[in-house]
Design a protein around this ligand. Structure first.
Ligand SMILES: [Zn+2]
Length: 228
């Protein structure tokens, strides 16, 4: 359904100012100071529909009066007055847009941060689910024993790094010889495709055979690489 257009602030102000002086007879529309008769009529109807004005019959005349005044008898702004202000005072749309934009940006920033956190929790959950499988695996047990033999305390290794090492070890074994003798973790492992052997890049010892077992654990790592 079509609705009457909202009058301009200046029109509303002129009408309100005129009505403060007393009831407005339609034929007396010029007393509002507005140049267009149709603007006055349309605006009066609009403001009547909004409940700010009321139409009364005075003899054979139709007059408009203020139904909801801006102030009460003590001169204090009323709730209705606040509603009137929306039509009487020009809003700073630019400022409103700026505030909205800033607020939106702040919310987006916060959500972004939360999303990052959620990602970390997801990773941790994935680790938790894999934990038993990783720790109970014979290769992991062997690696942990090697740590012990080397006199290294696995508890001193950050848990993320330890889990990453365990997973690396499941993919391709870490050289326990180097770990025990030289206390270094060798991630430099060479695969000899001719012999099907995996060789430690440091000491040259054969660590394992390229067995299917090692080949099949080729999924993307759920652990972030350790930070040095
Ligand atoms: Zn080695």
């Amino acid at each position: 359904m079509a609705r009457p257009r909202r009058p301009s602030y200046k029109t509303c102000q002129a009408i309100y100012a005129r009505l403060l002086k007393g009831p407005l007879w339609l034929d007396d529309w010029r007393s509002t100071g507005i140049k267009s008769r149709s603007t006055v009529y349309k605006s009066l109807r609009f403001l009547e529909k909004k409940g700010f004005l009321s139409r009364k019959r005075d003899g054979h005349k139709i007059v408009y009066v203020i139904k909801k005044p801006l102030h009460n008898e003590k001169g204090i702004l009323t709730i209705d007055g606040i509603k009137w202000l929306d039509y009487l005072v020009k809003r700073d749309r630019k400022k409103e847009r700026e505030v909205k934009k800033a607020f939106k940006k702040a919310v987006e920033e916060m959500t972004k941060f939360e999303k990052e956190r959620l990602k970390i929790y997801n990773e941790m959950y994935k680790i938790l689910r894999k934990l038993d499988e990783y720790i109970e695996h014979p290769s992991s047990q062997e690696l942990l024993k090697a740590f012990e033999k080397a006199g290294l305390d696995w508890k001193e290794i950050p848990i993320g790094k330890l889990m990453w090492l365990l997973e690396e070890n499941l993919k391709v074994p870490i050289c326990t010889e180097c770990l025990i003798k030289r206390k270094v973790i060798v991630l430099n492992r060479i695969k000899d495709f001719e012999t099907g052997e995996i060789i430690c890049g440091e000491c040259g010892l054969v660590i394992a055979e390229c067995r299917l077992e090692y080949e099949k654990i080729k999924r993307p790592s759920p652990f972030p690489p350790p930070k040095e």
